[in-house]
Design a protein around this ligand. Structure first.
Ligand code: SAM
Length: 244
């Protein structure tokens, strides 16, 4: 899987994404992350990549030409017009199912905006997906691109040491993950639940399922409405279709 991040601040992206689990996966060649510096493609003699908005108003707008040429440099190199995500607060909210879906691609381009945003015409020309990481406004798209690249990378086979951890975690089946504990068995007078020390895998599984449902009910009742629960579970945990 190859990620290409079109940005005015390449060092921000490369520093962050070349560490830890994602960095190791890149070292192993399971994936690659390339920051493409939009400024390298400007034809302006002062290296400018933004200008005033037509119609007036505050702030600057990123111009179409440098972004388009940066995008074409990737498209020409890989021999196709790749799927291209513009990170924007106006896009659809990024979710775990969206991460899984994007992980099916072999090449993904991310466009990071800045200032007041990007000239609409280049968006129309290259963007296939508009994605937001939440209902708030960031100063630039880099942090958003890093969030998406991180979540998508975890779905790429071979990136996680333990693939099962991705299959069991929060949002699988619209449930949040159960609480986790590690050594010691007692800390600050707080004991690890007995069932986890019992060695009885069936009981552990049942306890974890119960905890997942209770947690989702407490923290994300909106998700629980979409979870696949048995009739018995719905009755025991008082889950109704019209839960508030
Ligand atoms: N004027 C734009 C608007 O009102 O929709 C906001 C521009 S924002 C200050 C600058 C850039 O940050 C955007 O072009 C986008 O790339 C990025 N950005 C800001 N908030 C974001 C969010 N919630 N999700 C993804 N990208 C975001």
């Amino acid at each position: 899987m190859h990620f290409y991040i079109l940005t005015l601040f390449p060092e921000m992206v490369t520093n962050a994404l070349h560490t830890s689990i994602i960095g190791k996966a890149a070292e192993k060649g399971i994936l690659s992350i390339e920051a493409v510096n939009i400024r390298d493609f400007t034809k302006d003699r002062h290296q400018k990549t933004d200008d005033y908005p037509y119609g007036g108003g505050a702030g600057m707008v990123m111009q179409a030409q440098p972004i388009y040429d940066a995008y074409l440099s990737v498209a020409d190199r890989i021999g196709k017009r790749p799927r291209t995500v513009y990170l924007t607060p106006q896009g659809s909210t990024f979710t775990q199912p969206a991460a899984k879906e994007l992980a099916q691609e072999t090449d993904l381009v991310f466009l990071c905006g800045h200032y007041e945003g990007v000239d609409e015409r280049v968006l129309e020309e290259i963007v296939t997906d508009y994605m937001s990481i939440g209902d708030y406004v960031l100063t630039g798209g880099e942090l958003a691109a890093m969030v998406v690249v991180d979540a998508v990378s975890r779905m790429v086979p071979g990136v996680l040491a333990n693939e099962a951890s991705a299959a069991m975690e929060s949002f699988e089946g619209n449930l949040l993950e159960y609480p986790q504990y590690s050594r010691p068995a007692e800390w600050l007078g707080k004991k690890v639940p007995d069932v986890l020390l019992s060695g009885d895998h069936k009981k552990v599984e049942l306890w974890r399922r119960e905890q997942s449902i209770l947690r989702t009910k407490r923290f994300r009742p909106d998700l629980l409405k979409k979870a696949e629960l048995t009739i018995k579970e719905k009755a025991v945990y008082k889950v109704h279709d019209k839960m508030g």
